[in-house]
Design a binder for this molecule. Structure first.
Ligand SMILES: Cc1cc2nc3c(=O)[nH]c(=O)nc-3n(C[C@H](O)[C@H](O)[C@H](O)COP(=O)(O)OP(=O)(O)OC[C@H]3O[C@@H](n4cnc5c(N)ncnc54)[C@H](O)[C@@H]3O)c2cc1C
Length: 436
């Protein structure tokens, strides 16, 4: 019997995990990737010849799927669990945040509001059935349960930093997933975060090696422009020419999937999936010759500042690993119509400098050695009320055509752990059809 051949579109973590699972089960699989490297959003750049994530990445103690994959790839010895620290810039001051002790000295909230905040977090953590939260927005739930003051000072900035002015649409089930996860990565009461020595590149290299050892072809710079149906299966029209496969798993963002498969997907399916929207991201890495702050992670609760977070990578990792550079990520989730998304790198940096001075008044432009900005149009799915009713299944109305992506992750927030879980689950769904 002829071997069934499967094409995986996209070599982000989801696509690599799907191909890994298929190849482990002796299924013949090839990967098509538009970019010049594997990894997608978890891909890397270099600072002083050291690979580093284009977008800051860490994982949590509870991230069992990625931890299991790391174990299978025999790179567990490369994982470091590092203490994290969090700051919050609000009311013109950078406060320590994220621990019970820091809450006590967090002046923007009164004692009464602090109590409400703490009780609100406990209430969220105690909820087991996220489905009961599907039809209420985070905005409504939070204002009802923690009050307007706590909501405005703490939770609204976190929602707007991810979803801009669409923050009121976000379902409480998404918010629940986000808070629950954050509270589960602790050692002796201290939050610790997982980081792989040599960055996600170590993981990507190990995955790619396993795949190529099992004869999986990873075609980089090979964009899929169209998925066509044939009598035997599918024809991928790519920048490298046409390729025939029996089945296809598409791991691109949903709008790209419905676009490249629009000739074969039913109109109603496309219309339904068009309701799924994303925020984009512009993430600037700034290399400094001095430390900017004492925190790894800083949330920004000031509407006059155009970005929502600063991640000072070298407050978690040692700057000596990067030739003595201090590394800051300026994280800005926004819509691709925003002026900050269309600005060039230099303009964006100049704009950011004045805001960085608000956060650290000693900061000076002369500290900046270099900077680079990365952008991605599909960085964060917007999770509305009743998302379950539009969340794409792995199977599509076209037999043999599957889709899995960040949008498959729910109610948890998207992340590499769930990308691994979903990639493997979608591959298992294909394997279950047993027509091999
Ligand atoms: C700023 C930022 C910070 C993050 N930080 C963390 C973190 O700390 N921890 C964590 O766990 N997660 C983090 N994440 C989330 C995590 O990176 C993602 O959940 C995960 O990488 C998504 O993987 P994916 O494969 O589903 O999607 P993607 O990485 O988007 O992969 C999709 C791939 O498809 C390719 N593609 C698209 N169109 C085509 C086409 N037509 N033909 C061929 N290929 C195509 C793309 O080039 C891409 O490689 C972060 C995300 C962002 C934006």
């Amino acid at each position: 019997m002829k071997q069934t051949r499967i094409a995986v579109i996209g070599a982000g973590i989801t696509g690599l995990a799907a191909a890994y699972q298929l190849s482990k089960n002796d299924v013949e699989v090839d990967i098509f990737e538009a970019d010049n490297q594997a990894g997608g959003i978890a891909g890397v750049t270099y600072i002083n010849n050291m690979p580093i994530e284009k977008y800051y990445h860490h994982f949590f103690k509870s991230d069992k799927h990625i931890i299991q994959l790391i174990k299978e790839l025999r790179i567990s010895d490369k994982v470091r669990w590092l203490p994290s620290s969090m700051g919050f810039f609000v009311d013109n001051r950078l406060y320590k945040f994220g621990t019970p002790l820091s809450l006590l000295s967090f002046r923007p909230l009164s004692i009464w509001s602090k109590l409400k905040f703490g009780l609100g977090v406990l209430k969220i953590m105690s909820i087991k059935d996220w489905k009961s939260l599907e039809n209420i927005s985070a905005y409504e739930w939070l204002t009802q349960n923690v009050g307007e003051k706590v909501y405005q000072k703490v939770w609204k900035p976190l929602l707007t930093s991810k979803f801009g002015d669409r923050y009121k649409e976000i379902s409480m089930s998404w918010f629940w997933g986000k808070i629950k996860l954050r509270g589960t990565s602790k050692e002796n009461g201290q939050e610790v975060l997982g980081y792989i020595d040599g960055s996600t590149k170590t993981l990507l290299d190990a995955l790619e090696k396993q795949l190529t050892d099992r004869r999986v072809k990873i075609r980089l710079n090979c964009k899929v422009n169209k998925i066509n149906k044939t009598d035997e299966g599918f024809l991928l029209k790519t920048s490298w020419g046409d390729f025939a496969y029996d089945k296809v798993i598409c791991t691109t963002p949903v709008p790209i999937f419905t676009e490249i498969a629009k000739d074969i997907l039913p109109v109603e399916y496309i219309r339904e999936k068009e309701q799924i929207d994303y925020t984009s991201v512009a993430c600037t890495i700034i290399i400094l010759n001095q430390q900017f702050s004492q925190y790894y992670w800083m949330n920004i609760g000031d509407e006059s500042i155009p970005f929502g977070g600063i991640i000072e990578h070298t407050n978690m990792l040692d700057e000596e690993e990067y030739g003595g550079c201090n590394i800051l990520y300026i994280s800005n989730y926004l819509f691709n119509t925003s002026k900050y998304y269309t600005m060039d790198q230099q303009e964006l940096l100049e704009e950011y400098i004045k805001h960085l001075k608000k956060i650290n008044p000693n900061f000076d432009e002369s500290w900046i050695a270099a900077s680079v900005t990365f952008k991605d149009a599909y960085a964060q799915p917007i999770i509305p009320l009743s998302y379950s009713s539009i969340k794409p299944d792995y199977s599509t109305p076209v037999e043999g055509l599957y889709t899995v992506s960040m949008c498959s992750i729910y109610p948890e927030d998207r992340g590499v752990n769930y990308a691994v879980r979903e990639g493997i689950a979608a591959a298992n769904k294909v394997i279950e059809t047993k027509d091999f």
